[in-house]
Design a protein around this ligand. Structure first.
Ligand SMILES: [Zn+2]
Length: 244
């Protein structure tokens, strides 16, 4: 049985690079014994970056999960199995994704708290995101109103916490029930939970910033009705990168 890749991003979102060993070379890409790269999922794109070995360098253009393992998609010839490599993510891109992802969670918390609407889906690219939610109707002022609340919550600099909860405990947490924790495959235990203190709590595999202040300002660029109880909102980061 093959060893599972140690995935650093699950606990240490701020780690940018690591030394690792190539454990597999597949037609799609390279598997490492440990990695700081995030595999695309949960609406967050996979990381890009570089692998370096000896005097060589290969660009990583995507990271995705295949058979449970993160696969680093690379341009050009891959390093052979057993090679020691330096693996480094494109931190500027990743940090923008962390800010974008955290903004989506804050938005989700507000939409639930103030409008009683559940979030049904979402997707993001660096600096831009979309969220779908179950709301019967929106006023013309809805977008501006939500934007004001969102920026207020972000500016409150609420801490963002990562924790791992035993599955049975997670299934009984009211906030996690709301975000459909029961749909997570039964084999997943413990369950990773992201909490924005006082605002939002959800089971999530993605990477987030440490506190909402780091997101900076956000603009609601569009609200659309896609049908009865199906509304869509698009947001964009417009503030400064407040990275440490
Ligand atoms: Zn998320």
């Amino acid at each position: 049985m093959k060893a599972t890749t140690e995935e650093i991003a699950a606990t240490e979102a701020y780690e940018r690079s690591i030394e690792a060993t190539v454990t597999e070379v597949r037609p799609e890409g390279v598997v490492l014994d440990r990695t700081v790269f995030y595999s695309r999922g949960g609406g967050q794109p996979g990381d890009t970056g570089w692998l370096r070995w000896n005097d060589r360098e290969a660009r990583v253009t995507d990271t995705f999960r295949q058979g449970g393992q993160p696969v680093h998609v690379i341009e050009g010839d891959p390093p052979a199995v057993g090679t020691r490599v330096g693996a480094e993510i494109d931190w500027d891109r990743r940090h923008v994704l962390m800010r974008t992802h955290t903004a989506l969670h804050a938005l989700s918390g507000i939409i639930w708290r103030d409008y009683g609407a559940k979030v049904t889906g979402g997707n993001m690219e660096p600096g831009v995101a979309r969220m779908d939610f179950e709301l019967e109707s929106m006023s013309g002022e809805f977008g501006r109103e939500v934007e004001g609340k969102l920026n207020q919550e972000l500016a409150a600099d609420r801490p963002v916490r990562v924790e791992f909860l035993p599955r049975l405990e997670a299934l009984e947490d009211p906030d996690l029930i709301r975000t459909k924790v029961n749909l997570i495959p039964e084999s997943v235990d413990p369950i990773r939970v992201i909490t924005i203190e006082g605002l939002d709590r959800q089971a999530d595999g993605g990477t987030h910033v440490r506190s909402t202040g780091e997101v900076g300002a956000v603009s609601v660029v569009k609200t659309e009705s896609k049908g009865k109880a199906f509304k869509r909102m698009r947001i964009e980061l417009v503030g400064d990168d407040r990275s440490p």
